[in-house]
Design a protein around this ligand. Structure first.
Ligand code: KIV
Length: 264
């Protein structure tokens, strides 16, 4: 398969081809995912929980992201890789430039940052130096203490308008992709329809340009109280390969997410 680039993803948005993305943290799974047809992978700071066993993403370091990005790149040389900038690794502009360059040098195509207006200058500075940036708004796990837990965002009019404003401001600042997490479906729809960049949702309803899930949720490995949007695709499959194919098909045909996976 040819190298997936940001132009590929923009074309998919234009032609309404849905993007089925997944988190990946190592060589073997990255290879398997790409072979089954996953073109976009996120080296997410969710690795703090899924790989390292912490209760949040906060302890993850730039070195951790570099290490896992290298492994994923080795497994999926032609995939489009976005990698998280960890908590407080982009609080100051010089620090952001320094850390983003390390992550890009590890093999990522794009870095992802969580937050709204305060990131305007950082995004401009990164973009001016040709670093592709993905925004992440709605539920932002790096702000877990500030938000008092993993809760749906944008439920009242004030918060809805704030999230819409943030999406526009981030696009104007130069982000080339946006992740929306845990927001009402119609808010996800409105933002997706009004931005020209690809918008990927996780718990943001069925109208976004694509979906992303944590691989452990797709494979039913996470236990306990799961998020509403989590779906185990392995449960009715005879192999991991088959589960991944089912996930891609469900996203592309619009059978995932359904109402039970979405917030109103
Ligand atoms: O770290 C992660 O896995 C993420 C996804 C939840 C989008 O940011």
């Amino acid at each position: 398969m040819e190298q997936i680039t940001i132009s590929t993803l923009n074309n998919w948005k234009k032609s309404k081809q849905k993007i089925a993305a997944i988190t990946a943290y190592d060589f073997s799974f990255a290879k398997l995912f790409f072979t089954q047809g996953i073109s976009v992978m996120l080296i997410g700071d969710s690795l703090g929980m899924t790989i390292q066993g912490h209760t949040s993403t906060l302890p993850v370091t730039v070195q951790d992201i570099e290490y896992h990005t290298k492994a994923v790149r080795n497994g999926a040389p032609n995939a489009f890789l976005l990698a998280d900038m960890p908590f407080m690794s982009y609080g100051e502009i010089n620090q952001a430039l320094n850390n983003a360059s390390k992550i890009i040098q590890s093999g990522a195509n794009m870095v992802k940052v969580e937050g709204g207006k305060w990131l305007v200058k950082t995004i401009k500075e990164l973009s001016d130096r040709s670093i592709l940036v993905c925004g992440h708004i709605g539920l932002t796990p790096q702000s877990i203490h500030y938000l008092s837990g993993y809760k749906v965002q944008g439920k009242n009019t004030y918060d809805k308008n704030r999230i819409i404003d943030e999406a526009f401001i981030l696009e104007e600042s130069g982000i080339k992709m946006l992740v929306l997490e845990c927001i009402p479906e119609l808010l996800g729809k409105k933002i997706t329809q009004n931005l020209s960049i690809p918008v990927i949702g996780i718990g943001a309803g069925k109208y976004t340009d694509g979906q992303i899930l944590v691989m452990q949720d797709i494979l039913g490995i996470n236990e306990g109280k799961l998020a509403k949007f989590a779906k185990n695709f392995l449960v009715d499959s005879n192999s991991i390969q088959h589960a991944i194919q089912k996930y891609i098909k469900a996203v592309q045909t619009g059978t995932y997410p359904q109402t039970i996976h979405s917030y109103i």
